[in-house]
Design a protein around this ligand. Structure first.
Ligand code: CDM
Ligand code: ATP
Length: 299
């Protein structure tokens, strides 16, 4: 018997970052929006734990127990006193190390899939608790839609979204490490007072109304990690400029990058922006996706 779960990528519409905490993490006001780019995680009973992965970036995905999907299976099995004897296959469409929570999506997907395969019947709270143990972005991958993440991003308040937003994503020629980007944020902020992270009222209202112009007005400078990502990867400025020139209403680095995100007025405008970005030669691949998208779902 097999269970397949589909899990979305995310874009951080706002990412306000506070000062480094004693545990090395940063408090955030993290406005997540799930978008329609998905990984599919299939789990099948097997003799031992095994991970396989297919897709354009599959070569960059670890297949050992450090894979977040394997870790999710191991944590659930341990809690329910059973062996994690399962073959996990990841059909990967979310770019790896792109700041779109691809690994987190697989963690949430494997957790939900193993829960269904093993009939553990864990409560939603328990699943969210395991997700938070796996990583700061993992609870959101389970929940999807849109949410404000506080703490290190794992404490979620679901948000209303009044419409569909159309995005174009440009994948870069190499990845960026999330811890390295947070370290660069700390370095750039040295000697400065870092304010408490707070969600922008304007931005939350724009999401609630489904108002693309209001969202476009609220997005610039909404990602506190953007200067750090640009400092480590200066060529991203060319991609952002190409998207702006192609008519994007707003441009930003997605989370810790290096994927860049472009807000379009509608699906047709997104097609035009995607075409121009492809022709610009400033990125590796270009994808279109709309949000909000549902969270981890058993197919
Ligand atoms: C950049 C974002 O993707 C925005 O959604 C997240 O904040 C990162 O979430 P994630 O990849 O699930 O991150 P985790 O696996 O929890 O942490 C990886 C590393 O990122 C840094 N990290 C992460 C989250 C956070 N609030 N503060 C941090 O400083 C820490 O160095 C941590 O060791
Ligand atoms: N299932 C997985 N898929 C992809 N990468 C994984 C997975 N499990 C562990 N990893 C490791 O995590 C690293 C980050 O990959 P991932 O695709 O999750 O980055 P990301 O999208 O930038 O994450 P985030 O947006 O949550 O910061 C990879 O380089 C890889 O070594």
């Amino acid at each position: 018997m097999s269970v397949t779960v589909r899990v979305p990528a995310k874009v951080n519409v706002q990412l306000a970052v506070g000062a480094a905490r004693p545990d090395g993490f940063h408090d955030l006001a993290n406005v997540f929006l799930a978008v329609g780019l998905y990984d599919e995680v299939t789990v099948t009973a097997a003799d031992g734990l095994r991970v396989t992965c297919a897709g354009p970036d599959a070569g960059q995905v670890p297949l050992d127990r450090t894979n977040l999907a394997a870790r999710a299976a191991l944590v659930l099995a341990e809690r329910y006193g059973r062996d994690a004897d399962v073959h996990i296959h990841i059909a990967k469409d979310i770019p790896v190390a792109g700041g779109m929570a691809g690994g987190s999506a697989d963690g949430a997907g494997a957790l939900l899939a193993c829960d269904a395969l093993w009939g553990t019947g864990a409560s939603r709270e328990e699943l969210l608790d395991i997700c938070a143990e796996l990583g700061s972005d993992v609870p959101f991958s389970l929940v999807g839609g849109a949410a404000l993440g506080t703490g290190r991003g794992e404490r979620l308040t679901e948000l209303e979204v009044g419409g569909t937003f159309h995005w174009v994503f440009a994948m870069a020629s190499r990845g960026l490490s999330t811890p390295a980007v947070f370290r660069e944020f700390d370095r750039l902020g040295e000697g400065r007072e870092i304010p408490e992270p707070v969600a922008s009222r304007e931005l939350l209202d724009a999401l609630a109304k489904g108002d693309v112009d209001a969202l476009a007005a609220a997005v610039p400078d909404s990602n506190d990690l953007q200067p750090a990502a640009l400092s480590l990867f200066p060529e991203l400025a060319d991609t952002l400029a190409a998207g702006r020139a192609a008519g994007a209403l707003a441009t930003l680095v997605s989370g810790s990058g290096p994927t860049t995100a472009f807000l379009a007025r509608d699906a047709e405008a997104a097609d035009v922006i995607a075409g121009s970005l492809r022709a610009s030669g400033t990125c590796r691949t270009v994808r279109r996706a709309a949000g909000p998208a549902p969270g981890a779902t058993v197919l």
